[in-house]
Design a protein. Structure first.
Length: 264
């Protein structure tokens, strides 16, 4: 299920409070909490609370948040959604969040082929907007004003749902195309293999990045995942999360001849 939670701060207490009110109160503690390694989720307080609740933190691998693809897609949809419907002064986007949440939970996922509502409850909520009808005769001015206001609100809800579903479908398709162009066949790594690690996202102590090594290591693979590997990093990289996407790794090849020296 998707829950769009409005918060005024991104500190740890605010995130924990939102979690208790919007997640724990409805579903109890989840088995996993997936995050892009934001400070709110890797703090000692949050890690300890998650452990006490029996939830395991699943953090995206270093410098590759696309591993959390569902969240990336939903974030893209939410960024598009307010731009379409907010007024020029941009002060009413909060009013549309409940409708956006309902529409997203009632939209069929391209992956599961079910809506979040159906996946959780085995049914989809009824959603039917009746066509407008003529106003009854002999209505007062105030009654006619309220009648027309209700019709406009119903049409707005219908348009919001239609547009959001369209945006979600387009965003899912764009995300899929982009991921497929970057993905290809994942290389096969085994525990103990030696690999080079790209230095593109790593800050070293060398003064010039252009003159620094493009590949670091080699490092041994300590654990393998579907599209990532955990590496045995040395003491220079103690502050770096040791799991890296396959796109940042390269297999160490043996020299072709006995006298050939491998360089990175």
């Amino acid at each position: 299920m998707h829950h769009f939670v409005l918060v005024d701060k991104l500190d740890v207490p605010t995130m924990v409070d939102a979690f208790i009110h919007r997640v724990f109160s409805l579903y109890r503690a989840p088995k996993f909490i997936t995050s892009d390694r934001g400070t709110q989720f890797i703090s000692q307080f949050q890690q300890r609370l998650a452990k006490r609740l029996g939830a395991r933190l699943k953090l995206s691998s270093a410098y590759h948040p696309a591993l959390n693809g569902q969240t990336e897609i939903m974030n893209s949809v939410l960024e598009q959604y307010p731009r379409i419907y907010i007024w020029l002064d941009q002060d009413d986007w909060v009013d549309h969040l409940p409708l956006a949440e309902f529409a997203s939970n009632n939209s069929v996922s391209s992956t599961t082929k079910f809506s979040p509502f159906f996946a959780n409850y085995s049914w989809n909520p009824r959603l039917s907007i009746e066509p407008p009808s003529p106003r009854p005769p002999n209505m007062s001015r105030d009654e006619a004003r309220e009648w027309d206001k209700a019709d406009r609100h119903a049409e707005l809800i219908k348009d919001l749902f239609k547009e959001l579903r369209h945006n979600m479908a387009c965003t899912q398709e764009d995300h899929k195309k982009y991921a497929n162009t970057k993905r290809g066949d994942a290389p096969v790594y085994n525990v103990g293999d030696l690999v080079w690690l790209s230095s593109a996202n790593i800050v070293t102590q060398r003064p010039s990045r252009k003159l620094s090594d493009k590949w670091l290591g080699p490092f041994a693979v300590s654990r393998t995942y579907k599209r990532a590997c955990a590496l045995e990093l040395d003491n220079r990289f103690n502050d770096i999360f040791p799991v890296f996407h396959h796109s940042l790794l390269r297999t160490v090849k043996e020299p072709r001849t006995q006298d050939q020296v491998a360089i990175n």
